[in-house]
Write a protein that binds this ligand. Structure first.
Ligand SMILES: [Zn+2]
Length: 272
């Protein structure tokens, strides 16, 4: 869908907030394909020049039951380029591997403020396409049934830019289709599971609007494309208990890791 912006979310009936309008021609790079649920273009690890993981990620033969929205708590950059997005992914991978000691990037997907959608942890893209779940490191005690999306920026007060919002919406539509999830139940914020401010008050307050916008898109596409395609969804196994607040902070106090580190200047505090 190169010639039109995806349908925009309506006014959020729950909070009254007006979600950011999706921006047409979201990326600065003229040649860069946009991500849409109908033509999901994800920039690969090879494209952003990921390091090899310490070991291959664990893949579970089942779908996740929740999609967790995070913010990176990095600067609200106005650099919407592909180059910036790729450097963000490298930064996060280095941070997770070298400072956290993890095998690889923690989250399965990353979205830059320019709306660039990138594969995070190794095997994530192939697993989503086959209806499986790569076990990430993004929600303490809940990694074996959730998939995490890191959204670049800090959204305690600021609203996410339209470019990012549009991609997040489309990614959630895509994931709900691939995994046969109900967006009203599946889309949650990191703070629903762990003791963290992530994904920020402003973004968290927009999750009801996100759920509704995703549901509207799914509804529209289900009507438009009947009969539905391949029945490839896997049994989801036992229903999980709803998310419980609290349960400890997964990342400790991350500010200790990055003081005066200049290799990614936008990043001051990592409260993911
Ligand atoms: Zn988080």
């Amino acid at each position: 869908m190169a010639d039109g912006a995806p349908a925009g979310p309506d006014l959020d009936g729950v909070t009254g907030a007006v979600p950011p309008a999706p921006a047409a021609g979201r990326l600065l790079d003229a040649q860069a394909p946009l991500f849409t649920a109908d033509a999901p273009h994800i920039y690969t690890r090879a494209q952003w020049k990921a390091r090899a993981p310490k070991r291959p990620a664990k893949v579970l033969d089942r779908a996740p039951d929740h999609i967790i929205v995070h913010h990176t708590d990095t600067g609200n950059s106005t650099n919407y380029s592909l180059g910036h997005a790729f450097s963000l992914s490298r930064y996060i991978q280095n941070f997770h591997m070298d400072k956290r000691g993890w095998d690889d990037t923690g989250q399965q997907l990353t979205i830059s403020r320019g709306g660039v959608v990138m594969e995070g942890r190794n095997r994530s893209l192939a697993s989503i396409r086959s209806g499986d779940l790569v076990v990430g490191a993004q929600a303490l005690h809940n990694n074996e049934h959730t998939l995490g999306i890191e959204n670049e920026g800090n959204y305690m007060r600021a609203a996410p830019p339209g470019r990012l919002w549009a991609s997040l919406l489309e990614v959630c539509v895509w994931l709900c289709r691939e995994y046969d999830l109900d967006p009203g139940e599946a889309i949650v914020g990191h703070r629903d599971y762990n003791d963290t401010s992530c994904p920020g008050d402003a973004l968290y307050s927009r999750l009801p609007a996100l759920r509704r916008a995703v549901a509207d898109r799914l509804e529209g596409s289900a009507v438009a494309s009947k009969p539905r395609g391949r029945p490839k969804h896997k049994p989801k196994g036992k229903p999980k208990a709803p998310p419980k607040p609290g349960g400890g902070h997964d990342y400790g106090n991350p500010t200790q890791y990055y003081q005066g580190d200049g290799d990614w200047p936008g990043l001051l505090n990592l409260n993911w």
